[in-house]
Design a binder for this molecule. Structure first.
Ligand code: SIN
Ligand code: CO
Length: 385
């Protein structure tokens, strides 16, 4: 199903994005849950899928990690089951990410889904990332406080919480409502009735991550060999002093690395890595190029694998970054590459002209055979099996 988000993106970005939390009442109404609580529980039994059960017993928080073998022991209150990156495994749930592709895809992370029974939640906490929490089935009460000093503590391993806070927002969410929370705002939600919640999360690297990545890249490629040089040095009266000019020169030595094109490529390559496993299966036996052309004629839609990250750099259109790898885009395939990176679903009609170019067809065949993109009919056939 296609979800229509009732939101004025210009106003939202100018007023709320990264600035303040907001409740978007009935922004996804009428809301239809893309899965059931039972289906979610089934996913939490899978080895490859990350899941957690957060519960409270006599005021004591507990966290258990999946895969789970049974949920029979659970009571009717005070627990919440959270499953990460459901969009990687469940195409209908992945549809919930689509309305948010008005934002750059590299900022978008994954879809976490929780099922909570009355009283269930993860307690007051802070996230480092923007999140849209969509209310599905049921009702949940959410409180959001202001940014500021909220010392974090760990009531049990695997759970970070903050002390109680003064709420700016105190609401009950119903199906189709969305709560947007920027990074750093403490929040706490507990279910009033059995409830499903969908969190569309974003990612933003911090300086430490970026510099450590640069350092790794320099070490791996034996780069960064330019050394400090001062051919214009003159005698100094204060020999113990490191001057502002010296520091400026050192800074320039470091910052010139950041201007390097290879660094930009490396950055985007790492941004294209998924944080969670994908349902990636190479086509076996692989399609020949002629078969791909037949499929393009027969089939209506080509889909990008759930959770697959695919980007290109504005200034380097000959390179494409897919799932943590760099690919040279053959001449004549640039338009195809942009279509594939800009859209998660493509009408095959829009691809036919691009695929008349032999290099583009060969490249596209490689992407399909790798399992990165697939034909809608292949997926439907698998569903029936
Ligand atoms: C949830 O419990 O569904 C969302 C958890 C959160 O606030 O990050
Ligand atoms: Co949160």
């Amino acid at each position: 199903m296609t979800y229509q988000l009732a939101l004025n993106w210009d106003d939202f970005l100018a007023t709320y994005w990264q600035k303040k939390p907001v409740v978007l009442r009935q922004a996804l109404a009428p809301f239809v849950d893309p899965l059931t609580a039972d289906e979610l529980a089934g996913m939490a039994m899978e080895e490859q899928i990350d899941s957690r059960l957060v519960s409270r017993c006599h005021g004591q928080w507990q966290v258990a990690h999946g895969p789970f073998t049974s949920f029979d022991e659970l009571g009717e209150t005070d627990w919440s089951l959270l499953v990460q990156a459901v969009d990687h495994w469940h195409p209908q749930a992945a549809e919930l990410m689509e309305p948010f592709r008005q934002l750059p895809n590299w900022r978008l992370d994954d879809l976490m889904i929780s099922f909570s029974v009355p009283g269930g939640g993860v307690g007051p906490h802070i996230d480092q990332y923007d999140v849209f929490i969509i209310q599905g089935m049921g009702r949940r009460r959410w409180r959001v406080g202001d940014r500021g000093q909220h010392p974090q503590h760990c009531p049990t391993p695997g759970l970070l919480q903050v002390p109680e806070f003064e709420p700016l927002i105190d609401v009950e969410l119903e199906a189709g409502d969305i709560l947007y929370i920027p990074p750093g705002f403490p929040h706490d939600g507990y279910a009033l009735t059995p409830a499903l919640n969908y969190s569309v999360g974003f990612r933003a690297p911090n300086q430490r991550e970026l510099f450590s990545q640069l350092a790794d890249q320099l070490i791996a490629q034996d780069g960064g060999n330019r050394r400090y040089a001062d051919p214009d040095l003159t005698p100094r009266s204060a020999s113990g002093c490191v001057t502002s000019e010296d520091i400026q020169r050192l800074r320039e030595l470091m910052s010139s690395l950041l201007d390097d094109e290879a660094f930009a490529c490396q950055l985007v390559q790492s941004l294209s890595e998924a944080k969670h496993e994908l349902d990636l299966e190479p086509v076996d036996p692989p399609y020949a190029e002629g078969e791909i052309l037949d499929l393009v004629l027969q089939d209506d839609v080509v889909l990008r694998l759930g959770g697959l990250r695919a980007f290109y750099l504005q200034q380097t259109p000959g390179t494409c970054f897919i799932h943590g790898e760099q690919f040279a885009v053959p001449a004549g395939a640039e338009a195809l590459m942009r279509q594939l990176c800009d859209h998660t679903q493509l009408a095959t009609g829009a691809l036919r002209t691009a695929l008349e170019e032999p290099a583009a067809l060969a490249w596209f065949t490689m992407l399909i055979n790798a399992g990165y993109w697939y034909f809608a009919s292949d997926w439907q056939a698998e569903e029936v099996e």
